[in-house]
Design a protein around this ligand. Structure first.
Ligand code: F6R
Length: 257
């Protein structure tokens, strides 16, 4: 893993945008894996600015979301498809088209079948070139909560009480409005991406980041599976890095990259 430690969330977003733009501008397989939640929002802001400046476009790219809530009102602004539309879709955003934005169908009659179909859709597209990830305070990536199989594929799952309470801020601070289930790419699906770029900011993520980088690989902290990924870049701010032991070494190695 390569670990970049930056002063604050803005500096994390600057580094993430620089990295993502250079990968997407040089690949001929333009398939981007996108995350929701609040962490990547400053990155998306920079991608929109780069699109406006003419230095970056997702016009000819496909994007695959990590996850979606099950049973959420299709018009709800927090439905992940709608969040990603607002952030990325359109000539006035990043150039991504609505038809090239792929999200799991959380409203399918048979969500399990829809999950399997989504996994196949990613494979048919030739896989993801670069997967953006956030991380939950309990160590989830996508919505792979503790004790999930480390080789899981896209599936329907329950959200933990911790994740629902963390996400209540998007639902009028009312946990009863947060969906109880999701469709999420599995850990095996995420691990298939050629490169992963995980962003974490804020002290609330410090335990999860410590486990991710220095803990033992364990389904108790699902993100630790990324230690087995051949090309994982972890960008964090000082607050999220606060519980790491080998900070000076990571900084040195990042500077020498
Ligand atoms: C979102 C996702 C989640 C979030 C995580 C962190 O698509 O898959 O894993 O990345 O819950 O969320 P924030 O960034 O809101 O702290």
């Amino acid at each position: 893993m390569r670990i970049g430690i930056f002063s604050d969330p803005e500096a994390v977003a600057d580094a993430a945008a620089e990295y993502l733009i250079s990968v997407m501008n040089t690949t001929d397989h333009k398939v981007l894996g996108v995350a929701t939640g609040s962490t990547p929002l400053p990155l998306y802001e920079r991608l929109r600015a780069a699109h406006e400046a003419g230095t970056f476009t997702l016009e000819d790219a496909q994007a695959f979301a990590l996850d979606e809530y099950v049973g959420i009102d299709p018009e709800h602004p927090e439905r992940y498809r709608n969040v990603l539309r607002t952030e990325l879709v359109g000539a006035d955003k990043t150039g991504l088209t609505d038809e090239n934005l792929h999200t799991p169908n959380g409203n399918a009659e048979d969500p399990d079948a829809a999950a399997l179909a989504y996994d196949e859709e990613i494979k048919t597209a030739g896989g993801v070139t670069l997967q953006i990830l956030g991380i939950g305070a309990d160590g989830h990536i996508g919505f792979n909560e503790p004790a999930i199989s480390l080789v899981s594929r896209t599936h329907v799952d329950a959200l933990t009480a911790k994740t629902r309470s963390d996400n209540a801020r998007f639902f009028d601070d009312d946990i009863s409005k947060v969906p109880t289930h999701c469709v999420t790419q599995g850990l095996g699906t995420i691990m298939d991406a050629k490169e992963v770029l995980l962003l974490a900011t804020g002290e609330n993520k410090a335990d999860a980041v410590r486990e991710l980088v220095e803990g033992a690989v364990s389904a108790h902290w699902p993100a630790t599976v990324l230690q087995m990924h051949p090309k994982a870049t972890i960008l964090v701010d000082e607050a999220a890095a606060a519980k790491l032991e080998l900070t000076d070494f990571y900084k040195e190695r990042w500077e020498a990259r």
